[in-house]
Design a protein around this ligand. Structure first.
Ligand code: ZN
Length: 205
């Protein structure tokens, strides 16, 4: 990939815009560094940061792991539960109704799936069993882009599993059925202190 001067300057502009959106404190410094790169250095910079420019285009595209992007909430998803080590979301292209995936928060291989991710998978399986009443449920691991996940797949009588894109409406409905709501700490009843009461009274003409 050899960049022309024109391409390089377009890419730089795009990068600068993206850096602007970053929360980093040192972004002015990063921006300055980017602006000073020549074509060759820019290419190296893109390579180091794993940013791929599709041929003939100048739009930088971060090649990020899809599951990491879901964990960071950068990809829209339908979360139904979470614990410290993993989150559970609905598969948007489910094999069957209720097909869920458990994603370890840390980008990790199959051998290193945290135990609590499996616990979460079992919890979700139980919930699916009670709420959706499948005939059987399978829990199986798979890996994509080097990020291991756990699939929780319910099977129903006379419904052959088939990967189908679920509609937003279906997913939202399922989410409300399967979601484990975080218990919010009980708020103490608001008691108006006598002093506050005085203030209020004071305002009444
Ligand atoms: Zn990942």
């Amino acid at each position: 990939m050899a960049l022309t001067k024109e391409q390089a300057s377009k890419i730089k502009q795009q990068l600068l815009q993206q850096v602007d959106k970053l929360p980093q404190e040192n972004k002015e410094q990063i921006k300055q560094q980017i602006s000073q790169l020549n074509e060759k250095e820019l290419e190296e910079f893109l390579k180091q940061n794993k940013i791929q420019i599709p041929q003939g285009q100048t739009q930088p595209k971060q090649t990020q792991c899809i599951f990491c992007s879901i964990i960071k909430n950068e990809t829209p998803n339908y979360k139904i539960a979470e614990n410290k080590k993993a989150i559970a979301i609905l598969e948007i292209n489910p094999l069957t109704k209720g097909h869920s995936i458990i994603i370890p928060i840390k980008h990790t291989t199959l051998e290193k799936i945290p135990k609590s991710a499996l616990t979460l998978a079992q919890k979700i399986a139980k919930k699916i069993k009670t709420k959706l009443k499948p005939e059987d449920i399978k829990i199986e691991t798979s890996s994509f882009q080097g990020h291991a996940i756990i699939n929780v797949i319910p099977f129903y009588k006379n419904v052959p599993p088939k990967k189908t894109k679920a509609s937003e409406k279906e997913l939202k409905k399922l989410q409300s059925i399967l979601e484990t709501k975080k218990r919010s700490p009980r708020k103490p009843k608001e008691i108006i202190s006598p002093k506050k009461l005085q203030e209020i009274n004071f305002r009444i003409p």
